[in-house]
Design a protein around this ligand. Sequence first.
Ligand SMILES: O=P(O)(O)O[C@@H]1[C@@H](OP(=O)(O)O)[C@H](OP(=O)(O)O)[C@H](O)[C@H](OP(=O)(O)O)[C@H]1OP(=O)(O)O
Ligand SMILES: Nc1ncnc2c1ncn2[C@@H]1O[C@H](COP(=O)(O)OP(=O)(O)O)[C@@H](O)[C@H]1O
Ligand SMILES: [Mg+2]
Ligand SMILES: [Mg+2]
Length: 317
Amino acid sequence: MSEFESEIAEGERYRVGYALQPKKVKSFLQPSLLDYAKQHAIDLVQIDPSTPLEQQGPFHCIIHKLHTPQWNKHLQQFSATHPDTAVIDPPDLVSRLHNRVSMLEAVTHLQISIENATVGVPNQVFVNEPKAPDFDKIEELGLRFPVIAKPLAADGGDGSHEMCLVFDRDGLNALTAPTVLQEFVNHGGVVFKIYVAGRRVNCVKRKSLGDISEERLRTIKGEVLPFSRLSNLGVEDEGGAVEKAEMPAQCLVDELARALREALGLNLFNVDVIRDSKEPTRYLVIDINYFPGYAKLPSYEPFITDFLLDVVCTKAD
Ligand SMILES: O=P(O)(O)O[C@@H]1[C@@H](OP(=O)(O)O)[C@H](OP(=O)(O)O)[C@H](O)[C@H](OP(=O)(O)O)[C@H]1OP(=O)(O)O
Ligand SMILES: Nc1ncnc2c1ncn2[C@@H]1O[C@H](COP(=O)(O)OP(=O)(O)O)[C@@H](O)[C@H]1O
Ligand SMILES: [Mg+2]
Ligand SMILES: [Mg+2]
């Protein structure tokens, strides 16, 4: 018997509306998810964002990853007249993740220390004009090269994943504004991706940028190395770094997910975490993504369905 069978009244069905871009519908709404959800009393229903929500309901829950002002307005109006429909998640809270400075602010307020491990963020500074960057600001913060130049916006828009590894001050001249300069931290070429769906949590490992040696830093001058959508490259695990990497302690993963879920007020997100090669008890959050690619997770069908049942059966803790 499933965890929820005693909660669901005989014959009861739950309508969950989803409002996503066509590309996301294709990747997230796999037939296997639709079927699994259906077998567990959840009907996933596509929402047309250009038609009033009133005409498309009723909904027990709405999930979404659209952020045009018009969609936000429709959702807000519908919510006001349908307070029983759970909106996963409120647009004003999601928007904090659309900026690479505000997304990490919540992490800096967390006090996590489990099994001697700590969780923080790399040093970073926002520069408006990288061509004439505020060197004093950079130095005051003690920001050290190499750095990764990341676009401020992380809203899925054009260029929001286009980054540059910058090895020294001269390299900053190649950048265009506005940019977040974040210290590159050697981490053994492995990123841990913690996927959260309410109280459901799953952590996987992926290939990341390799370590940069002191030797390489001495020889590279004024160079920048552009890269984009690293997590989608599917590059080979040379030397087995990913396979060999030890996972972070499960209690650390769970506590980070729980604390961030509370601090951000969000249910659907993932967190990219690296482990400092020099200090392996030091974990650093480098990215938080709203409604990421859950379909890449093994057994994502029960993961998502159980979360939706948590919401509609109001079992979320
Ligand atoms: O498309 P996928 O499955 O690679 O998912 C992307 C995520 O990949 P991940 O699950 O972290 O490996 C991806 O995560 P990363 O930023 O690559 O760490 C983003 O969440 C991306 O959304 P957006 O372009 O920032 O709006 C996600 O793109 P959308 O599917 O939302 O367009
Ligand atoms: N501070 C950092 N130190 C080392 N590697 C990093 C750092 N920040 C990002 N990376 C690498 O760059 C990749 C992309 O950066 P990320 O901030 O996750 O952007 P995106 O939103 O495009 O995924 C990460 O998955 C990781 O491999
Ligand atoms: Mg990332
Ligand atoms: Mg991201």
